[in-house]
Every structure is written in structure tokens, then in C-alpha cells.
Write a protein that binds this ligand. Structure first.
Ligand code: GLA
Length: 390
């Protein structure tokens, strides 16, 4: 792949002398969904799938972006003198947003750069191709322009800031954090209220983690996402009239049950219930994993799915079909929707001896029920965004 990226770079921009080569992963979240903007815990890991990039400084103020995956856009050209989101830029609004965010944080570039990317994160699958690209751009800029002010956590925050304020999705910090801070064979137990984190080894000797891609993405994902955020914010504001809390993540289930009737809207009660319960589940799940109790971890994954389906209502028919099919296969320890929802992927823990049957039964059942073809990937947990030494 490196050769292909370098060849494309040469084709469009000439010599690769002085160019850097970079990688930034996608992520899968094992448990802790829709908790990251509620001050709760998440437990994602970085994948070995991701986005590769080659980039080099220019001497003028132009920026050129080319994606081998989305070559119909051709070379997208933007200028450091006009850092604004434009529909015509398409995917290039993500790297451009990071250049804009650097400027917002006080780092203005004196020259532009050329950048060619290629990625193997399936598009629109909910495995964070946009966060991967944002953090990739952050790593490229700090490396090319010798900026030493930003830590990897800062680059995650800058990626989130650009997505929130330049690209219009009000996402939390989980995706960018997982992409920036990933560690081989470990998941990240992150407290999103403080950004304190801990790496937990994921060494499943007798099982595999399998991502199943429904290959559907329903429209309104971003608007529904922002709507859920607002519903949680409203529920929190109501609870704060009675309780001294900063986020829904500050609550345990007993306290929530005791005070929930101060939230006037029953829909918002359910949304908040998910946020509180999912945070507690995530804490318990990580404890179970550390104790080697994979069975309990799987049960909590299943409960997470039910809560996301019924209380948070971010699942969809296709994903529920995948999860129901998975639950029926003997040797499946747990299965749930992962990521923002309304399509995308499920994540399942499957005993080694059941993997073939899982792929066969879930694939066939999905085809029969939806006419669609699901895709399966065995998760390999990799490291975070970085420059690849040449
Ligand atoms: C998307 C967002 C994340 C997080 C998840 C849900 O992936 O980008 O910040 O909120 O949805 O857990």
C-alpha cells in the first residue's frame, strides 16, 4: 500500500523527497455507548484497520488533498487564506477542519502541504473513519511543521473540536481519543469526565472479537445523534434542580431511580436511564474483564444492546436482526450494536470453536431476512496514530 500511496503522490505532486508516511486507526467500542457526552466511561480499542497518509510541505499557501478511495473528487485544493467548510470539498473538509482547529488554538501554518490518503475502514460503518482522518491530519501537521505543543490527547481534542465546530457533528471524545491513544492488544478504559484513562489488556485466549457490518446507514444519523445529546442535557438540567451533579455519569442507578420523576418527559427519562445504566455497566464490564470473567462481560454487552435498542432508541431493524441472530449461536458470549447507531456494525465475542458457525448462521440469516450481505472482520487491536518510519 505504501508503494501505491507514494506513486499517487508522485503522479500529482512530484517528488516524495521530504514527505512523511503516517497511519491512523479506526476504532471499535466494546462497551460504553452514548456515555462520552454524558461524563461517563467508555471502553474502545484501536483497530489495525485505518487510514494511511503521505504528506509533504509546500512552499506556497495552497493545500492539496487526494483520496485514493474517493478519487472521483480528484485533487481538492484549498488555501490557508480561506479556512472555511465548503460542500465541494467533500471528505477534504475533515483534514481542512483540523488545519482550521490548529489556527483556532493559536497555531497558524506559514505554508500549505500536499496530502494523499488511502484507508481500509469500511465507509459509513461506524468504525470512525472521520476521527481516524482527523487525528491523522493532526499527527501530520505536528510532524511536518515541527509543532511540539500538542500531546496526543490534545490532538484527540482538536479532532473533536474540528468535527463539532467545522463539520457540524456534535460528537463526544471517544472516537478521537481511541484513535490517538490506541495500544496494541489493549482497550482503553476512559473516564470522559476527567480524561483519566487506563489500558486494559484484551487477551481472549479462547475467543475472538468479531465486527459484523450491516452495511446500512440510515439518514438523519447526525441529527438524531444531536437530538439524543439534547435530550440528555435536558434530563440533566432537570435532575440538577434536586441533585448536586455535573453529568449523568455522576449518578448511580439507585439515586437515578429515586429522583427520575423530576424529569418531566418520559422519553427523556429513558434516555437518561440508558446513560446512567450504561456507565455503570461499563465500569462493571471492565472489572469483569480484569477478573477474567468473560461470561459476565458478554452479559453486560447484551444488556447494553437492549438498553440502546429500547431506552436510547439508536438501533435499527437490520442491526437488531444481526444481534438476535448472534445471540442464538451457541458459543457467542455477547453481541451488541457499536458506535453511534442507526446502522453500522455490531461487535460480538465469539468462542474460537464457534466462529465459523457464527459467520455462516448470521450471514445466512441476515441475507434471508434483509436481502443484504453482512461483512465480518476479526478484530486485531492495534496502536494509535503515528508516523511510520521509512
Ligand atoms: C459516535 C460519536 C462518539 C460516541 C458514539 C456513541 O461514534 O462520535 O463520540 O458518542 O457515537 O457512543
Amino acid at each position: 500500500m505504501k508503494e501505491k500511496l507514494f506513486a499517487k503522490f508522485k503522479e500529482f505532486f512530484g517528488s516524495t523527497e521530504g514527505a512523511g508516511f503516517y497511519f491512523s486507526p479506526g476504532r471499535v467500542n466494546l462497551i460504553g455507548e452514548h456515555t462520552d457526552y454524558n461524563g461517563g466511561h467508555v471502553f474502545p480499542c484501536a483497530l489495525t484497520l485505518g487510514t494511511y497518509g503521505i504528506a509533504k510541505r509546500r512552499t506556497d499557501r495552497s493545500m492539496h488533498f487526494y483520496s485514493i478511495n474517493l478519487d472521483s473528487f480528484g485533487v481538492v485544493e484549498a488555501s490557508l487564506d480561506d479556512l472555511t467548510n465548503k460542500a465541494a470539498y467533500g471528505w477534504a473538509n475533515y483534514p481542512l477542519g483540523v488545519v482550521w482547529a490548529f489556527a483556532q488554538k493559536g497555531i497558524t501554518l506559514d505554508t500549505g502541504f500536499d496530502m494523499v490518503i488511502w484507508g481500509n475502514i469500511p465507509n459509513g460503518s461506524g468504525l470512525s473513519s472521520s476521527a481516524s482522518l482527523e487525528v491523522l491530519t493532526g499527527v501530520i501537521l505536528t510532524d511536518l511543521f515541527c509543532i511540539d505543543r500538542f500531546s496526543m490527547t490534545d490532538l484527540a481534542l482538536i479532532g473533536q473540536y474540528s468535527e463539532n465546530n467545522f463539520n457540524g457533528c456534535n460528537c463526544g471524545i471517544m472516537d478521537q481519543f481511541a484513535v490517538a491513544m490506541g495500544k496494541k492488544d489493549h482497550a482503553i478504559f476512559l473516564d470522559t469526565a476527567t480524561l483519566n484513562y487506563e489500558y486494559a489488556p484484551v487477551e481472549l485466549e479462547d475467543a475472538k472479537i468479531i465486527i459484523t457490518n450491516s452495511k446500512v446507514k440510515h439518514s438523519l444519523v447526525d441529527s438524531k445523534y444531536n437530538e439524543r445529546r439534547q435530550e440528555c442535557a435536558d434530563a440533566l438540567a432537570a435532575l440538577q434542580k434536586e441533585l448536586d451533579i455535573n453529568t449523568l455519569g455522576d449518578l448511580d442507578m439507585d439515586t437515578f431511580e429515586k429522583f427520575k420523576e423530576v424529569i418531566p418527559d418520559p422519553v427523556k427519562v429513558r434516555r437518561a436511564k440508558h446513560a446512567v445504566a450504561e456507565n455503570q455497566r461499563t465500569i462493571e464490564a471492565v472489572k469483569a474483564l480484569k477478573e477474567g470473567n468473560i461470561t459476565r462481560f458478554g452479559e453486560l454487552m447484551n444488556q447494553s444492546h437492549i438498553s440502546l435498542r429500547d431506552d436510547y432508541e439508536v438501533s435499527c431493524e437490520e442491526i437488531d436482526i444481526l444481534v438476535d441472530l448472534a445471540w442464538k449461536v451457541p458459543g457467542v458470549t455477547g453481541s451488541r450494536i457499536t458506535g453511534g447507531g442507526f446502522g453500522g456494525c455490531t461487535v460480538s465475542i465469539v468462542e474460537n470453536s464457534a466462529v465459523d458457525e457464527f459467520i455462516k448462521a448470521v450471514g445466512r440469516g441476515y441475507q434471508e431476512k434483509t436481502g443484504g450481505e453482512a461483512e465480518f472482520y476479526t478484530v486485531e487491536i492495534g496502536g494509535g496514530a503515528r508516523r511510520i518510519p521509512s
